[in-house]
Design a protein around this ligand. Structure first.
Ligand code: NAD
Length: 265
C-alpha cells in the first residue's frame, strides 16, 4: 500500500513520514508541503530523522494523489479542505488528523467524505480513544450533581483552543448525559462569571513548552472527585494511529469514519 504525507515538514508530518518508513508492507508515495515552505526539495527520509530515501518534499499535490492509495494529513482546517477537494472523486482515501475546524468547515469535510473515504479523529492514539469510551460511561452513570470540567495542556505553538481532543472528550461526556455539547459547553471563563450552572461542561486550556498533549476530565461531586486522564509524551503515538487508520481505510466505500471504527470500540 502506498501512503502519501501532506504537510510533511510539520511536527506531525515528520512523525507520519517516520511511521510510514518504519511500517512493514507500506511504501512511502511521497510528501508535499506549502509552495513557500523552506523544506521543499529536502529528502523525506532526512526530514523524518531516518536515512535518505531519495524522494524530495514537493509542492505537487496532484502528483502525490495519483501516486498514493491513501493520504495522511495533519495541517490546518483550510488547507485540509482544499486538499480534500483534490482527493475527492479520485478513488483515493484520506486520513485527517487536523483539528480546529469550525462547524461550517466540519460540515464541508463531512460533505466531501461523501465522495471519498475520509477518516477524521481529533486524537489518533489508542489511549485517548479508550478514554473517550470511559468518559462517556462515567458521565452516563453520574448525575447532574457531579460537575464535569476538562483541563488540557499543549506546547506553546498550538494554534487552536480548546484542543480537538478536549472537545472530543466534552462530546463524549455530553453523549453520556444525552445532551449536545454546544448547549452545555463553557469554553472559557474570565471576570465575574457568576456561579457554575448545573449540567455545564467546562474547559480550561494551558499552553507552554514542548508538551505533546495532556488531558484530564474531572468529575467533581460533593466531597469526592474522579479524574480520568491521558498524557502523550511522544507524537509517534498519533502517527502510529494514523498509519493503522490508513491501512484500515484504503479501499473502503466513501464515508466519514473515526478511530472507533478502526479500533472496533
Ligand atoms: P505544524 O504547524 O507543525 O504542521 C502543519 C504542517 O502543515 C506545516 O508544515 C505546514 O507548512 C503544513 N501545511 C499548511 N498548509 C499547507 C498546504 N496548503 N499544503 C501543504 N502543507 C501545508 O502542526 P502540527 O503540530 O503538526 O499539527 C497539525 C495539526 O494536527 C493541528 O491541527 C493539530 O492540532 C493536529 N494534531 C492532531 C493529532 C491527532 O491525533 N489527531 C495529534 C497531534 C496534532
Amino acid at each position: 500500500m502506498k501512503v502519501g504525507i501532506i504537510g510533511c515538514a510539520g511536527r506531525m508530518g515528520r512523525s507520519n513520514l517516520a511511521a510510514v518508513l518504519d511500517a512493514p508492507g507500506l511504501v512511502l508515495a511521497g510528501g508535499v508541503e506549502r509552495p513557500d515552505h523552506p523544506a521543499l526539495g529536502q529528502d523525506l527520509g532526512l526530514l523524518a530523522g531516518r536515512d535518505a530515501v531519495g524522494q524530495p518534499a514537493s509542492a505537487d499535490l496532484a502528483a502525490l494523489v495519483a501516486a498514493a492509495d491513501v493520504l495522511i494529513e495533519f495541517s490546518s482546517p483550510e488547507a485540509t479542505l482544499t486538499h480534500l477537494q483534490v482527493v475527492a472523486g479520485t478513488g483515493k482515501a484520506q486520513v485527517v488528523g487536523t483539528t480546529g475546524f469550525s462547524q461550517a468547515q466540519f460540515a464541508e469535510l463531512a460533505r466531501l467524505a461523501g465522495t471519498c473515504p475520509v477518516l477524521w479523529a481529533a486524537n489518533m492514539s489508542l489511549g485517548v480513544n479508550l478514554l473517550l469510551g470511559l468518559v462517556e460511561r462515567v458521565a452516563a452513570t453520574l448525575g447532574d450533581d457531579w460537575d464535569i470540567e476538562i483541563l488540557e495542556m499543549h506546547h506553546r505553538s498550538k494554534v487552536d483552543a480548546p484542543s480537538g481532543t478536549a472537545l472530543a472528550l466534552g462530546r463524549a461526556a455530553a453523549a453520556g448525559r444525552e445532551v449536545q455539547l454546544d448547549e452545555v459547553a463553557v469554553r472559557s471563563r474570565d471576570g465575574i462569571t457568576g456561579a457554575r450552572q448545573p449540567g455545564t461542561i467546562g474547559f480550561a486550556t494551558l499552553r507552554g513548552g514542548d508538551v505533546v498533549g495532556e488531558h484530564v476530565v474531572l468529575f467533581t461531586g460533593d466531597a469526592e472527585r474522579i479524574e480520568l486522564g491521558h498524557r502523550a509524551t511522544d507524537r509517534r503515538i498519533f502517527a502510529h494511529g494514523a498509519v493503522r487508520a490508513a491501512r484500515w481505510l484504503a479501499g473502503r466505500p466513501p464515508g466519514l469514519y473515526g478511530m472507533r471504527d478502526v479500533l472496533g470500540l
